[in-house]
Ligand binder design. Structure first.
Ligand code: SAM
Length: 251
């Protein structure tokens, strides 16, 4: 349901198809529009996002969130997502990339984590409105939940966008993955030098860099990167280090 004060998101079906080889169903389109409306409403009380224009919201929040899991979306259409069933989104903020991913992959569960209670409370309030029953929420710091047995080594895919630099993101995500699982780090710019530094950090954490994808966004043609890290060995027990250490002393 769209109220008269909220503009409609553009449908851009051809772009979904051409760039992600994916089409939202009518239900998913309604959910994405409702998410937009609820975030605009929430923005009146909480500082959720500066991106409110419908085209910009579509590109920077919805398309960008799903671009990181593009390969899994294609696989999902053939019902092969079951080996990659449990997702976690660290530092989800207003729910990105986790909520669009939960909408697009309804057979997967997505756990949304943030250290800010207000943001998780906002998400918990909007979940029934979005008719999403595959989302769980968790208030906490990545450094702490990564050391708790009910979360550590429990996920197939760990996503992280706009939280910290890549070595910190690797330390937050890799401990949470099962062996064979995939961490997806969403980035704007990326350089060769950063790849060198990240390679060593990822190795210490039991992972390897599987791929680094560079792409441009479909409307504003901005440069983006996604880093895909595969967990190939058990993460040593000392990682993640105590709260604040990963950011003060990145690996
Ligand atoms: N991922 C969202 C996005 O891309 O729109 C939000 C990004 S926002 C800039 C960063 C979020 O990460 C904030 O909501 C903050 O509370 C959360 N955060 C930062 N460090 C964290 C940590 N160590 N553990 C959990 N959440 C964290």
């Amino acid at each position: 349901m769209n109220d008269s004060t909220t503009p409609s998101l553009p449908e851009l079906s051809e772009i979904w198809q051409q760039t992600l080889n994916w089409q939202p169903t009518t239900k998913q389109q309604v959910q994405l529009q409702r998410l937009y409306e609820l975030i605009l409403e929430g923005n009146q009380k909480l500082n959720l996002t500066r991106i409110t224009d419908p085209q910009e919201f579509w590109e920077k929040h919805l398309w960008d969130s799903l671009r990181g899991v593009a390969l899994l979306l294609r696989v999902g259409q053939k019902d092969f997502t079951s080996p990659l069933h449990h997702f976690i989104d660290i530092g989800t903020g207003a729910g990105f990339p986790g909520i669009p991913v939960a909408i697009a992959l309804p057979d997967c569960t997505v756990t949304l984590v943030d250290s800010t209670r207000k943001k998780i409370a906002f998400i918990e309030n909007i979940l029934p409105e979005l008719k999403l029953d595959n989302v769980k929420t968790l208030i906490g710091r990545a450094e702490e939940i990564g050391q708790q047995s009910q979360y550590r080594q429990n996920y197939d895919v760990a996503m992280i966008r706009a939280v910290s630099n890549a070595p910190v993101c690797a330390e937050y995500t890799l401990p949470l993955l099962k062996q064979g699982g995939l961490a997806i780090i969403y980035r704007g710019n990326w350089t060769e030098e950063e790849t060198t530094a990240l390679t060593d950090a990822v190795k210490l954490l039991g992972g390897e860099i599987e791929a680094i994808e560079q792409f441009t966004t479909p409307l504003s043609k901005s440069l983006r990167h996604c880093l895909y890290l595969r967990k190939i060995a058990t993460t040593p027990a000392k990682f993640p280090r105590a709260v604040g250490i990963p950011t003060h002393k990145p690996l």
